[in-house]
Design a protein around this ligand. Structure first.
Ligand SMILES: [Zn+2]
Length: 431
């Protein structure tokens, strides 16, 4: 398996992911997506959104604010319970998670304090006065934005149970031990569904969502062997969850979570009903009963999913005498779909033909025009960023108005009339 250093280096060299604030030496565990990373991330989110919000009749989308009324986090239990037990070194003042150290400081061997609860929510102040009344939190999960909008969505969209609300957005956790590149960061993006069901059907829906979400990763090309399901032990469960399964990926640092699929029961809607005095129970028109829906929550990390897709796509192979690095992204995810390359850059009429073709492709697919190196080098460059097709415009193109299309994985080449190439590629890109 590829090691993380190779991935980090490729990501920086090819414009996928840069250290944040790079010119200032970076900022701890914070990363910026470069041009190709931004495309890849958008494609991952679109693939998720299409699978859950577009292809299904029972899920609608939402885009809630990051800042919310502070009472939300009291009701949700995060103010009270979203904590890690921490210890401080009396000598060097370094802080550690109590469950990750022994008797002494791992940095200097100094004596440690008693464990104290440390809340992982980021605090800020709203308005010009920095006092307790102005405290707000950066949301530590996107889920609460869904719960507080449950009634608005249900009534405006006339939804009957079971139905879900999907959301993609940033969340923030003041993690004490972030790391492993973009796997664990303090600012991160979530793709979450809250799926509301009738109590008693929750376990059945939980199983269905576990299968559904596992299959999503393989649908977009992740290798089955690199995925597994793991059930949470009772002492791992979040304060709101009855049971939870993780979809895990075999990262270079070991099996780690991509997505958790939890049964949150009716915990959140009940808590918000108590704290807001707004009744969030559901009236079932069929049975004429009133009850609090149970919630199944598939909650995935965008950043770690992007990272897993990069690692999974990474291949090195021997082609004749040369080593080829290729990212075998699924066609839905590849940042660049087609590169148009003129074989000779000193022939203006040839360059013009290539540029014209690129211009015709651009409205329909991410297209890159490149004439800055020899064709062999241009191919290697495109392979390394996972570009699906390279179209080469050569001297013969001037006579026959055709060009050569090279497919990334097979490296097979076909020749087609320039006029037919956009439709041909569109057909290849369907998913
Ligand atoms: Zn110390």
């Amino acid at each position: 398996m590829v090691n993380m250093e190779t991935i980090v280096s490729l990501c920086k060299r090819r414009g996928f992911i840069f250290p944040s604030s790079d010119i200032y030496g970076g900022f701890a565990s914070t990363w910026d997506y470069g041009p190709l990373g931004a495309e890849l991330k958008r494609n991952v989110k679109n693939a998720w959104w299409r699978a859950v919000a577009q292809e299904r009749d029972d899920i609608v989308g939402l885009d809630a604010a990051i800042l919310m009324a502070p009472q939300v986090w009291v009701a949700s239990g995060h103010v009270e319970q979203f904590t890690d037990p921490m210890v401080d070194c009396k000598q060097c003042q370094h802080r550690f998670r109590a469950d990750q150290v022994g008797e002494r400081c791992p940095d200097c061997g100094g004596e440690l304090t008693e464990a104290r609860r440390f809340n992982m929510m980021f605090k800020t102040f709203v308005g010009p006065v920095e006092d307790d009344a102005a405290v707000a939190y950066l949301r530590p999960e996107t889920a609460q934005g869904i719960f507080v909008n449950y009634d608005n969505v249900q009534t405006t969209m006339r939804k009957k149970l079971p139905f879900g609300i999907a959301q993609i957005g940033k969340a923030f956790r003041n993690e004490i031990t972030p790391g492993n590149f973009t796997f664990r960061t303090r600012e991160f993006e979530q793709m979450e569904i809250e799926y509301f069901v009738k109590p008693g059907t929750d376990e059945e829906w939980h199983r269905r969502w576990i299968d559904e979400r596992f299959d999503w990763y393989t649908r977009f090309g992740m290798r089955r062997d690199n995925l597994q399901l793991r059930e949470h032990a009772p002492d791992e469960l979040a304060h709101y969850a009855r049971s939870c399964y993780d979809v895990e990926y075999q990262f270079p640092m070991g099996w780690s979570e991509l997505e958790g699929i939890a049964n949150r029961t009716d915990y959140d809607l009940r808590k918000h009903t108590e704290h807001s005095n707004k009744d969030l129970s559901y009236f079932d028109p069929e049975t004429e009963e009133r009850y609090f829906p149970y919630v199944i929550e598939p909650s995935g990390g965008v950043d770690r999913t992007v990272l897993a897709f990069i690692i999974d796509a990474y291949h090195q192979e021997q082609v004749r005498k040369e080593k080829r690095t290729v990212l075998r992204f699924h066609r839905a995810l590849a940042p660049i779909k087609v590169a148009v390359l003129p074989l000779l850059r000193n022939r203006p009429e040839l360059v013009q033909k290539a540029r014209d073709l690129a211009d015709r492709l651009r409205p329909d697919m991410m297209t890159m025009y490149d004439d800055t190196a020899s064709i062999g080098r241009l191919y290697r460059r495109q392979d390394e960023i996972g570009t699906l097709f390279c179209v080469t415009v050569d001297v013969d193109s001037l006579d026959d108005d055709q060009a050569t299309i090279r497919e990334r994985d097979s490296m097979e080449q076909i020749r087609l009339p320039l006029a037919d190439i956009p439709a041909y590629l569109m057909e290849q890109l369907r998913w």
